[in-house]
Design a binder for this molecule. Structure first.
Ligand SMILES: C[S@@+](CC[C@H](N)C(=O)[O-])C[C@H]1O[C@@H](n2cnc3c(N)ncnc32)[C@H](O)[C@@H]1O
Length: 297
């Protein structure tokens, strides 16, 4: 009887190649391990568990592989950096490769490691859709992974986030791919604020990416909740979308179906836009929580 961990990993063999070395190797119940997720980042592994214990047998199986493996508990309240489970220390940031693009990863800088692997397909689609010279706005940008994908296609990007350390990380991601950050724009602050400001300035974008957290509070204490506020967000974005432009709206809010998400946005848009639903990457075999909608004007 094959080790179930080996079986899950073997299923992803074809997805790892010269251009991509970061993937989800075990996706919870989708691979027979409810509440347990394993990802590889260029051969360094990250185990995440919803519970406070590692499932029986998994810890030893990971140790037997002789590689570096870190572990974090998925806890929305504690949000701690991963800790080492076995193998060599991973103390410095390092690079992974996804569809030929390099991204900087860190196991030391907090709860998130620098990239959300569930957006791999959307990043590839963005690179395929963006044209040289097009203006792409990446709001809620985190470390700018979408921005780099669009810039690789020759787009002129604007990367917007509340956090200066994340914007600095985004600039490094540009540099890791021989892209000059000074040829692109970086804005620190609240997306709602900036969208209104862009509208006043008459600035327009050909593609806008809206992938906010489910809940957030800006510097002034203003709360954003996907279930209440995505419609307003999409309407503000539509106001700065160039004719013929495209809006990518994503959420991992689980208590909303893709159709409810589409309805919420469509009903808030000032003019009808055609929606395309995108599926999650193949390595995400558990419940498809990420809803991704491409709206074409
Ligand atoms: C879930 S992450 C976004 C992931 C990102 N779209 C990606 O694919 O890598 C959420 C990001 O939104 C930022 N953020 C939260 N509230 C914000 C706001 N009101 N305006 C701008 N950025 C915000 C956070 O700092 C964080 O970097």
């Amino acid at each position: 009887m094959p080790d179930p961990l080996d079986a899950a990993i073997a299923k992803r063999d074809a997805l790892l190649d010269d251009t991509t070395n970061a993937l989800r190797l075990v996706d919870g119940a989708g691979d027979g391990f409810p509440g347990m997720f394993l990802e590889t980042y260029a051969g360094r592994w990250l185990l995440s568990t919803t519970g406070s214990a590692i499932p029986h047998g998994v810890s030893q199986s990971l140790r037997d592989r002789n590689g570096s493996c870190y572990w974090k508990r998925l806890d929305q309240h504690q949000k701690e950096s991963p800790t080492k489970l076995c193998g060599d220390d991973v103390l410095e940031p390092f690079l992974i490769l996804e569809n030929g693009i390099q991204y900087e990863i860190s196991f030391q800088s907090g709860y998130s490691q620098g990239i959300f692997l569930d957006q791999r397909v959307n990043r590839r689609s963005l690179r395929q859709q963006a044209r040289p010279g097009q203006r792409v706005l990446n709001a809620f940008a985190y470390t700018g992974a979408f921005s780099v994908s669009a810039a690789m296609a020759g787009a002129e990007t604007t990367t917007l986030d509340l956090s200066q350390p994340f914007l600095d990380w985004a600039k490094r991601n540009f540099t890791h791919n021989n892209l000059d950050p000074s040829a692109h724009h970086f804005c620190k602050g609240d997306t709602f604020h900036w969208l209104r400001r862009f509208a006043k300035q008459g600035r327009q974008f050909d593609i806008i990416i809206l992938d906010p957290p489910t809940f957030s509070r800006d510097e002034k204490g203003k709360v954003f909740r996907v279930e209440n506020d995505f419609g307003e967000l999409a309407a503000l974005a539509a106001a700065v979308l160039a004719p013929g432009g495209t809006l990518l709206c994503c959420t991992n809010f689980r208590r909303m179906s893709p159709w409810e998400f589409e309805r919420q946005i469509s009903s808030a848009l000032p003019r009808p836009m055609k929606a395309r639903h995108a599926a999650m990457p193949e390595d995400f075999t558990d419940e498809p929580y990420l809803k991704s909608l491409w709206f074409d004007a």
